[in-house]
Design a protein around this ligand. Sequence first.
Ligand SMILES: Nc1ncnc2c1ncn2[C@@H]1O[C@H](COP(=O)(O)OP(=O)(O)OP(=O)(O)O)[C@@H](O)[C@H]1O
Ligand SMILES: [Mg+2]
Length: 470
Amino acid sequence: MKPKLLIVDDDEEIQTQMKWALSPDYDIVLAEDGAGALENFKAAQPVATLLDLGLPPNPNSSEEGLATLSGLLAIEKNAKIIVISGQEEKKNAIQAVGAGAYDFLCKPVDIEELKLILHRCIYVRNLENEYREMERKLRPVVFEDMLGTSPQMQGVFAFIRKVATTDAPVLLLGESGTGKEMAALAIHRRGSRKDGPFIAINCNAIPENLLESELFGHEKGAFTGAHMQRKGLMESAGGGTLFLDEIGELPPPIQVKLLRFLQEQRFQRVGGRQEIQIDTRVIAATNVDLKEAVAKGKFREDLYFRLAVVVIKLPPVRNRGEDVNLLAREFLQQYAAQSEKPALTFAPDALRAIRQHSWPGNVRELQNRIKRAVIMADGKRVTASDLELADSTEIVPAATLKEARENVERELVEQALKKHSGRISSAAAELGVSRPTLYELMDKLGINRKEADEHTAAPSGKGAAVEAQQ
Ligand SMILES: Nc1ncnc2c1ncn2[C@@H]1O[C@H](COP(=O)(O)OP(=O)(O)OP(=O)(O)O)[C@@H](O)[C@H]1O
Ligand SMILES: [Mg+2]
């Protein structure tokens, strides 16, 4: 397969000349104007682009050409673009290189020179790609005991590194079992309070009438049964970090007290008058939609904004790509060693089932299933049934070969869409087909295109799965 080359020029003669000269070595894609260039660039993903700076509607100025250049670079920041300009516009060509073009040539173009530049340009592009790939492989797999090489988790790790050194409160969001507590601990360990205590409290696990005194402590005689003064967890976390899990369950009176603490670093013990000043970093976590709780009046908006100075979203396991295999292998190794079955490995059906399952309980579910499977496994292999997962490549009975084929296709397409939260390009990549082919397949199989498109707009489409709010 020849590498694709995009040629953007409105002059038919030049198009023909270049096509003739370059088509033995390249698969040529043509465009006549800026809009066509952007469209064909996205569709063809060429290794390099030749861009005439004088494009319609005003071929005598380089305005449209420069705008197209920045449009192309916005699509792919490392795109290799060689601009072509008239002799008298050399200044603009140099400006284009300053703006990110790879190189420039003046008209009339010397084809041999162009071939040489293209050759070198593709060589540089390949080197860059190899470098990025190597860098990706060298990324740390473990960050403060958290495993993950997916871009999503690498984004989380980078964000934790950044916020750990600040004092800002952090709000961790994520489905259950995604590692919110682990992330809180990582923030603690990476911060200036790492030598202080890390105290975790689950706001949902303590009865409302005890929670206030649990958190803030009480004075002797504050309530029946308060025989002596007692310090709360807030005080115990002095010089360290207080992790408030399931913060959405915090009762309103305690929300007020916590808000005051976040504003002034002071509070009073239950039944006390004395102001206690404590230096504690607060990290909160929840798997419920706090904004919705605010809208419903269940959670104070002012407290929400205090807590959510920085928000980190832990992605669900189904959006972490290959991380699921990495986690599964690690847990298998750990539990197998613990139960003295160190030679255990996954059978192919188990690996398939792990890839296909949607992991609603995330890392915790993965741990639990593997722990159980290690106990259940006979022999040296852990099977899908040891994991209590169905091996879903079993073919659904069908009357005709066509029907059977469609059943399998539907199953695979639906799984890929589910795994990638409806993102067509990722699902297509996983299935090894182009996006248009996937759309065609979905139409043929009656899979709702609109639903998939809606998923595409979901915020999980963001690369790093983290966001900062200030
Ligand atoms: N990236 C990871 N690598 C290795 N182990 C992980 C990772 N993320 C989570 N775990 C493990 O998964 C389990 C669940 O993690 P954790 O308790 O931090 O999740 P959580 O989001 O707080 O869950 P919940 O919502 O149920 O409280 C823990 O045993 C933790 O050690
Ligand atoms: Mg937790």
